[in-house]
Design a protein around this ligand. Structure first.
Ligand code: BG6
Length: 489
């Protein structure tokens, strides 16, 4: 067992400007991730972290507000107080009003003081998408759109193809594609990256990774939380836009893509794009939408928005023809767990079928091999095999597992997705970020799905279940495989 994940290399000194720097995303995700990276030594004392705010905010008050969001990191840091104080010294607050432009010149003077050094200048737009375009234009106007600058945005990148294209154009009219970092935080998850290692750093899986050996693929992203405070955003979005257009399709791409020649940003994204373009247009029977029973009560009005969606996808190419990809995601489900399950084909012939051992045979000994990739929590991989029960008395077969638990193997905390992604923006590595054409291809696939899905109201489901029933597996000797509470640690 490794005592610790090796420390990551320090990042070149950079200026990290967070628009909306005192808002929810900044407090919950961005600053805690930066703090972890500071504790780990990846961010040095010459970094500058600039939080923009429309209203004056006192740094001491900001520090107190931020502190609870960094509680885990603080608990792990030796000499926590001293480290916190040093970290807060990297932070400054600039008053900037994106709409009127007030304060932008002052910020430019502050930032450009050290521009001769050509430090990376990163702008994280943690603001509403309607402000992405105006923010970029403002940066240009005050001379902050320079060659070393990068811009980071996050979903919702539009609510359909046309609006996504518009947002993209607004950003691209100021920054070039290699300066734009579109976050899908699922790509920063350790296990999601491990999917690429599993496939492309090993021989045994890749040679089986096709329609000769694989029967079907399932992807479950289950959450126990409801929509809570986000009800008004969510009701306009629904699971198809909120989770499928981005996170789930990205997972499908990583499972299905061809091996790129190099682990290079554009090559990886070229291959993912090919998967998106090969998705078979769906029919009504490939879609099931659900809504948890309390949803309308929480929202305070009637709604046909789905809080659950299940899809039967197909990929039209030689590798995947005939292999269904079943994907589902929902709120208020039985447990919080995300898994990808690769089910291999059943054995072509059973040489043990006529064994009359002492123990009655069960259908459990005829289960197919499955590779279960647990994305969260309890990250790891399990390979389900059929083995012989030890001892004399004939061939008694039973399902067993090879189990690689990341926790047991690495024994260290897995960094949050944002930590990896924020460091990649500073390093200038776009591999784990979505390219303009990928985002649009995902919308081009999802738009008609949303249109078709709207024709049937969502089925209600009870909280704590795995969503409404569907008939996806009616013609198959299989069913949804629900994640296990204890994934076999
Ligand atoms: C976000 C969605 O992108 O992902 C949320 O907007 C969802 O609705 C969240 O809860 C899930 O992320 P994670 O990392 O908790 O699986």
């Amino acid at each position: 067992m490794h005592d610790q994940i090796p420390h990551s290399a320090a990042i070149a000194d950079s200026d990290y400007v967070i628009f909306g720097g005192t808002g929810d995303l900044a407090l919950r995700k961005i600053f805690p991730a930066l703090f972890w990276r500071y504790i780990d030594g990846q961010i040095g004392d010459n970094f500058r972290l600039i939080a923009t705010s429309r209203k004056p905010v006192d740094l001491a008050e900001f520090s107190e507000k931020l502190r609870p969001f960094c509680a885990d990191a603080l608990a792990s840091a030796p000499e926590a107080e001293a480290v916190w104080e040093k970290f807060i010294q990297l932070v400054s607050i600039q008053i900037v009003d994106i709409a009127s432009g007030d304060g932008a010149e002052e910020m430019a003077r502050f930032l450009l003081r050290e521009a001769s050094e050509r430090r990376p200048l990163i702008y994280y737009l943690a603001v509403a998408p309607a402000l992405f375009g105006p923010s970029c234009q403002l940066l240009q106007k005050v001379g902050l759109a320079v060659s070393q600058s990068r811009v980071v945005v996050e979903k919702p990148l539009g609510h359909d193809y046309l609006s996504a294209e518009k947002i993209s154009q607004e950003i691209r009219s100021v920054f070039s594609e290699d300066q734009i970092y579109r976050i899908d935080h699922y790509l920063g998850k350790e296990t999601v990256q491990n999917l690429m290692a599993l496939r492309f750093a090993n021989v045994i899986f890749e040679s089986q990774w096709n329609n000769n050996a694989i029967d079907h693929v399932q992807i479950t992203v289950a959450e126990t939380v409801g929509v809570g405070q986000r009800a008004s955003y969510y009701d306009e979005s629904g699971a198809l836009r909120d989770m499928v257009q981005n996170h789930i399709l990205q997972l499908v791409c990583l499972v299905a893509m061809e091996p790129p020649s190099h682990f290079d940003a554009n090559q990886v994204r070229d291959e993912k794009l090919r998967v998106l373009k090969a998705l078979r247009p769906l029919k009504a029977e490939d879609i099931i939408r659900g809504q948890y029973q309390e949803y309308e009560g929480e929202l305070g009005k009637r709604s046909d928005t789905e809080t659950y969606v299940g899809l039967r996808l197909g990929i039209e190419n030689w590798r995947w023809a005939g292999v269904p990809f079943y994907v589902r995601t929902g709120k208020k489900l039985a447990m919080r767990a995300s898994e990808i399950v690769i089910t291999f084909k059943r054995k072509p012939h059973d040489i043990f079928a006529d064994q009359k051992s002492g123990t009655a045979r069960t259908d459990r000994d005829d289960l197919p091999n499955r590779l279960v990739i647990r994305l969260q929590p309890q990250e790891g991989l399990r390979l389900q095999l059929i083995s012989k029960e030890p001892g004399p008395g004939g061939m008694r077969l039973f399902p067993s597992e090879l189990n690689l638990s990341f926790d047991n193997t690495f024994g260290a905390r897995l960094p949050d997705a944002y930590e990896r992604l924020l460091m990649d923006t500073a390093r200038g590595n776009q591999t784990l970020f979505m390219r303009h054409d990928e985002v649009l291809a995902a919308w081009a696939f999802i738009d008609p799905v949303i249109e078709m899905a709207k024709k049937t109201p969502p089925s209600l489901y009870r909280t704590g279940t795995f969503g409404p029933a569907d008939s996806f597996f009616a013609d198959k000797d299989d069913s949804w495989i629900d994640p296990k509470e204890d994934s076999g640690r």
